[in-house]
Design a protein around this ligand. Structure first.
Ligand code: UDP
Length: 241
C-alpha cells in the first residue's frame, strides 16, 4: 500500500532495504526488510519485525533532525515498512561518528570498549561492498572526486550537529549513543541532505543505566534477544503504540 504514490519497478536491493521508482518524478519509495547481515554479508539472518521497527525509528529521528534544521530525504511514512523519500545521488561515503570507543575503533587502537573519547571522532569509508568499505581520508575523497571540499565540510558540519541532536534525544530515552553511520546525498540543485537510515542496524545504542546493548551487536556477537532489543528502542522513542 503506497497511497498517493504508485510503486513502480524496483531499482535497487540492498542488504536491509529495497528502493522503488514511483509515478512521481524525484520521489522514491524505500521498503525496509527483515533481513539482517553482518561482516559485509558473511553472517545473515532474519529478524521478524525488524523492517517495521527500523522504518519507524528512522522516520521518527529524521523528523526530529528536520525540525532542528538538518535537511533529510524523508518525505512521508506510507506503511509499516515503506517510506517516500527524495531521489538523490548518493555520495559514496559512509560517515562514522564516534563518541565512545567500540567495534572496529576499539580493535584498531587497542582500546577497551566503552572508553570515552575526549572529543567526537569522524571517520569516512568508501561505500563499496566488493572492497569491504575501506576507510579513507579527506585526501582520498578529493583525489577520487567523491565529494568536493565544500561538500565534505557540509557533511562534517551536519554529522556533528546530528550527533548533538540525536545524543540529547536518546539520552532522554535512557539510551547512550556510542557510535553510528550516516550517508548523505546530493540533490539536483547541489544541496547536500541526509539519506539512508538511522536505526539499531546502523547505530550502537547502550542502555544508559545497565549498559545493555540495544543494537545490531546482539546479532553480530550472537548475544540473542535481537528482536526484543530493537523493539525496546522503538518503544522508548515512539511510546508503546
Ligand atoms: N556501521 C554501519 N554499516 C557499516 C559499518 C558500520 O552501519 O557498514 C555502523 C555500526 O553499526 C556502528 C558504527 O557504524 O554503529 C561503527 O562501526 P564499526 O566501524 O565499529 O564497525 P563494526 O564493528 O560494525 O565492524
Amino acid at each position: 500500500m503506497s497511497g498517493k504514490y504508485n510503486k513502480l519497478e524496483q531499482i535497487y536491493e540492498g542488504k536491509a532495504k529495497k528502493v522503488f521508482r514511483t509515478n512521481i518524478n524525484g520521489i522514491y519509495i524505500v521498503e525496509y526488510k527483515d533481513a539482517i547481515t553482518a561482516g559485509n554479508g558473511a553472517k545473515a539472518g532474519v529478524i521478524t519485525g525488524k523492517g517495521i521497527v527500523n522504518n519507524r525509528i528512522t522516520n521518527r529521528l529524521m523528523r526530529l533532525l528536520e525540525e532542528q534544521g538538518v535537511p533529510t530525504h524523508f518525505i512521508e511514512e506510507l506503511s509499516d515498512t515503506e517510506t517516500a523519500v527524495r531521489q538523490l545521488e548518493i555520495v559514496p561515503l559512509e560517515v562514522i561518528v564516534r563518541n565512545i570507543a567500540a567495534g572496529s575503533l576499539a580493535a584498531r587502537l587497542g582500546l577497551a570498549e566503552g572508553t570515552k573519547l575526549r572529543s567526537t571522532v569522524l571517520e569516512y569509508c568508501y561505500k563499496n561492498d566488493a572492497l569491504g568499505d575501506p576507510m579513507v581520508n579527506e585526501y582520498h575523497i578529493a583525489a577520487m572526486g567523491w565529494a568536493s571540499e565544500i561538500e565534505l565540510k557540509t557533511i562534517a558540519d551536519y554529522s556533528f550537529k546530528i550527533n548533538k541532536i540525536l545524543g540529547k534525544h536518546l539520552q532522554s530515552a535512557g539510551i547512550e549513543l556510542i557510535d553510528f553511520k550516516l550517508e548523505f546525498g546530493r540533490m539536483n540543485d547541489g544541496a547536500i541532505i541526509l539519506a539512508d537510515e538511522i536505526s539499531p542496524d546502523t547505530c550502537r545504542f547502550w542502555d544508559t543505566k545497565t549498559g545493555e546493548k540495544l543494537d545490531k551487536d546482539r546479532f553480530r556477537r550472537d548475544l540473542g534477544g535481537v528482536e526484543d532489543a530493537y523493539r525496546e528502542v522503538m518503544n522508548r522513542l515512539l511510546g508503546q503504540d
